[in-house]
Ligand binder design. Structure first.
Ligand SMILES: [Cu+2]
Length: 257
């Protein structure tokens, strides 16, 4: 009976919040209320880890993305590659996350709000992002034509579904942690996003100035991991006290990447 109750909750959620009209929204994988109702959460803390992801040496050049005419029509300027965004030595779109060090047997409630991945001008926005396992991933379409959403997980269940037109969306989730899951579009082969699925809320994607902040941590010693689609992965050990922010910078270089 539990399955039916969950399905009913998901349907109510869509009815209340959908408003998509002829949307392609589906509910089979989305159940945002599931974990929150059943699991006592490990307390959040007051410590933070923040830093800058930098790049030394000559940054890779961005190149024009060759798109179909329907996609080019959505852009005023030539769209440029986003797989190695380095802004004056700062690395954007690195995924930073706690690898180890959280309290034994930790359990964190699944956020009830959805993470949104939009399809705009035949590119994904954001390109790199995180979500918690079981959280709703809402994939929206801002373009007036079809996109096909096709993730390539190894530990999670894949899907391959269309968002036919503007305003259409899918609601999906991934059940278990996985860093990272590649998301692509079968119609527009250059479209690329990456999602990091975590069983805790301690993750961030680096901003255009290379900065990241992970907050709400209990005092402790953590292994922090960084992933970048072109530059690879790194790890560091960080100790942080209650109410404090530990500064932890990461660096890539032209020699190592
Ligand atoms: Cu597409």
């Amino acid at each position: 009976m539990r399955f039916f109750a969950l399905a009913f909750v998901a349907t109510l959620f869509l009815t209340a919040c959908g408003g998509g009209g002829d949307s392609a929204g589906t509910t089979e994988d989305a159940s945002p209320a599931e974990s929150a109702a059943e699991t006592a959460s490990t307390p959040m803390g007051t410590a933070s880890i923040s830093g800058i992801i930098s790049y030394s040496g000559e940054a890779p050049a961005r190149t024009p993305v060759r798109m179909k005419p329907e996609c080019m029509d959505q852009h005023d300027d030539t769209p440029m590659s986003e797989d190695a965004l380095v802004n004056e030595g700062a690395v954007q779109n690195a995924f930073v996350y706690v690898v180890a060090g959280l309290p034994d047997g930790y359990s964190y409630a699944t956020p009830s709000d959805a993470v949104v991945l939009d399809q705009v001008g035949c590119m994904y926005t954001p390109r790199v992002f995180g979500m918690q396992a079981g959280q709703t991933l809402r994939i929206t379409n801002s373009d007036p034509f079809q996109h096909n959403v096709h993730p390539f997980p190894e530990a999670n269940r894949s899907f391959n579904e269309s968002t036919p037109g503007q305003g259409d969306f899918l609601e999906k989730t991934f059940r278990v942690p996985e860093v990272m899951i590649s998301v692509k579009c079968d119609v527009h082969v250059w479209m690329q996003a990456y999602v990091g699925v975590m069983d805790h809320p301690y993750f961030a994607a680096s901003a255009s100035d290379g900065s990241f902040t992970i907050s709400g941590l209990p005092a402790g010693t953590y292994t922090v991991g960084v992933w970048h689609e072109q530059f690879g992965t790194q790890e560091a050990e960080v100790t942080v006290e209650d109410g404090q922010t530990a500064a932890t910078d990461f660096g890539y270089s032209a020699e190592s990447s």
